[in-house]
Design a protein around this ligand. Sequence first.
Ligand code: NAP
Length: 346
Amino acid sequence: MGKFKVSILGATGMVGQAFVLLLNDHPYFEVKHLVASDRREGKKYRDSTRWLLPGKIPENVGELELESIDKFLGEKKNTENKIVFSALPSDVAAEVEPELSSAGYFVFSNASAMRYREDVPILIPEANVDSISLIEKQGFPQAGFVVTNANCSTTGLAVALAPLRKFGIEQVFVSTYQSISGAGYPGIASLDILGNVLPYIEGEEKKIQVELKKILGVSAEVYPYCFRVPVDFGHLETIWVKFEKQVNESDIREAWEELSGESFGIPTMPKKPIVYLEDSFNPQPRLAFAGDIPGMVVFTGRLRKENNMIGFVLLVNNIIKGAAGGSVQNAEVFVKKYGRVLGWEK
Ligand SMILES: NC(=O)c1ccc[n+]([C@@H]2O[C@H](COP(=O)([O-])OP(=O)(O)OC[C@H]3O[C@@H](n4cnc5c(N)ncnc54)[C@H](OP(=O)(O)O)[C@@H]3O)[C@@H](O)[C@H]2O)c1
């Protein structure tokens, strides 16, 4: 069987561009439809996109014509192009994504609109891979579905804490240092952020509190502070955790080390999803695109124990692992688990 034809909604934005990059030469998926706002309808992707990622726009995708959401919805392409990657603003997603799933599409979304519904998974393979089966509660295989991934900061935190659940997570104190690409493009005015740090990101702290518990299935207390910093890509986080059990730095290192990416059997999972860096000056956002699958590794470092608390620093690439890359992994998980049900052999 050939590749699955997929669509990207919000293709011209920060996360949409990351989808274009990641789906270029992907072993399962091939981009066929690109959707942006009405003002770009009929324009070539290459001519209408301010490309902000490393490298160039892939040749074949650059030639595709942008569609409006109405044109896309009107054409009912769902016989062969069922998989849709969504990088829409949340208010637009709130209307479009339920409509798409009702029309039989398989939606992998970055928007927060549907994350908090009980039958919608916030899927992060390293933390809750089995939650993909929630799509059956949405009516799959007879109907379409929405699978979300988490807010970008929550993703890094969930990946790092997932292997530590066995120690009993009681309290989490987290401060995030979030890059400006996290606010989309054009995003924050340069005069607000150049040489400055903004001590508040609307809605972000609440998202971390709610989403972390849903993903990890824990009732821990979570105390976040979220900052915007003048960095282009990559969110840094400092974390202090209180566990029920007595743990040392070596227990944490061992738990991270034991997490094998190969066990997931999907193409874009790094061999080691969590990589600990010994050097005290790391992780830094300059490593945002490092790793065997660039941008997919969560880097940790500066591990220490003070009294009964374990502290560490992590780095997550907000637009790759924290957004488009997470969605692509989720679609790979879906194909692996349900491909046969659909007669898709992968
Ligand atoms: N940036 C991150 O690090 C990150 C991480 C995790 C999750 N997210 C989430 O991912 C989504 C996209 O974020 P982003 O940072 O990529 O935002 P962005 O750079 O502002 O891009 C938004 C995209 O949506 C399109 N769009 C806007 N209104 C539309 C409409 N009415 N119909 C169709 N398309 C429309 C835009 O098209 P035009 O170019 O034509 O306006 C653009 O392609 C958001 O829900 C965000 O919360 C972002």
